[in-house]
Design a protein. Structure first.
Length: 282
């Protein structure tokens, strides 16, 4: 048997195994996972640490629980700088991450492999190129996402996100929005879209992005966290935070942006999330 024929046989076998995994084994494994009851301890953690879970209608709560179940079965968590991972950390992060796909397919997160969690904000080194000159700068970050299936989070910032659900900032939603952006292979502020959806997205987002930059250049109060003006990828991530946490504000200031986000996430937060019941009178 020639070397070329041996290579072809092995290539076909590899392709066959890949197809089997993608279309049969993975689905079978997920169905088997979902036959397991959702732990009551996890449901209590979602209730305590993912405020929007409490406001979902029952059918969406069940969907979120299923996605959390798959997320925790398939993604690996690593504690960094001595941080210890427990169920509270895992369920809190998974619950917020899966809010972004609660009306979409769990396949959106197929490429995510690992979640690295630091106890607090962390330092990274960034290279900057100016022609032949390369400089290295230290940056302080609360989160980071990569196209290689890795998300890095600072737990202290995650806790703040859970504690203040009506504030514009949520590091978990932000970093997992980047993962959705990566679905088409590029962090360009536009997740996979087609046809009319892509055209509406391009028009609404371009107009809003330019408006935000103009507002900041004129030193006026901006309608969005100024960090969103740094680049289109950050614009989408910051908008995602606002869409989930301050939907009324976003709809009133940028109705066209709100509409295309409703179309992409397949939810309307203003109708989906029920009002938080008032605290009991003591």
């Amino acid at each position: 048997m020639s070397a070329l024929l041996v290579f072809a046989v092995f290539a076909l076998a590899f392709i066959g195994l890949a197809v089997f995994y993608l279309f049969f084994y993975r689905d079978w494994r997920r169905r088997r996972q979902l036959r397991q009851p959702f732990p009551g301890e996890w449901r209590a953690l979602l209730t305590d640490n993912v405020p929007l879970y409490r406001r979902l209608p029952p059918e969406r709560q069940r969907q979120l629980e299923q996605y959390v179940q798959l997320f925790l079965a398939e993604k690996t968590f690593y504690g960094c700088a001595g941080f210890e991972i427990d169920d509270r950390v895992r369920v809190t992060i998974a619950g917020h991450a899966c809010l972004l796909i609660v009306a979409r397919s769990f396949d959106d997160y197929n490429d995510i492999r690992s979640i690295l969690v630091y106890p607090d904000i962390f330092r990274v080194q960034e290279q900057e190129h100016d022609g032949p000159v390369v400089s290295v700068n230290d940056e302080i970050r609360a989160g980071e996402a990569s196209s290689h299936g890795q998300v890095v989070l600072a737990w202290a910032e995650c806790e703040d996100s859970a504690r203040y659900p009506d504030e514009p900032y949520n590091v978990i939603l932000h970093e997992f929005a980047h993962q959705l952006d990566y679905l088409d292979g590029a962090a360009d502020g536009a997740p996979p879209l087609s046809g009319h959806q892509a055209q509406a997205w391009q028009t609404a987002m371009s107009d809003a992005y330019n408006h935000l930059q103009d507002t900041l250049e004129q030193h006026e109060e901006s309608w969005l966290d100024p960090y969103g003006a740094t680049e289109p990828a950050e614009f989408f991530a910051v908008l995602t935070e606002t869409f989930y946490q301050q939907p009324g504000h976003l709809k009133s200031t940028q109705p066209a942006v709100y509409a295309v986000l409703c179309d992409f996430f397949r939810i309307d937060p203003l109708h989906l999330f029920r009002p938080e019941p008032p605290p009991p009178v003591t």
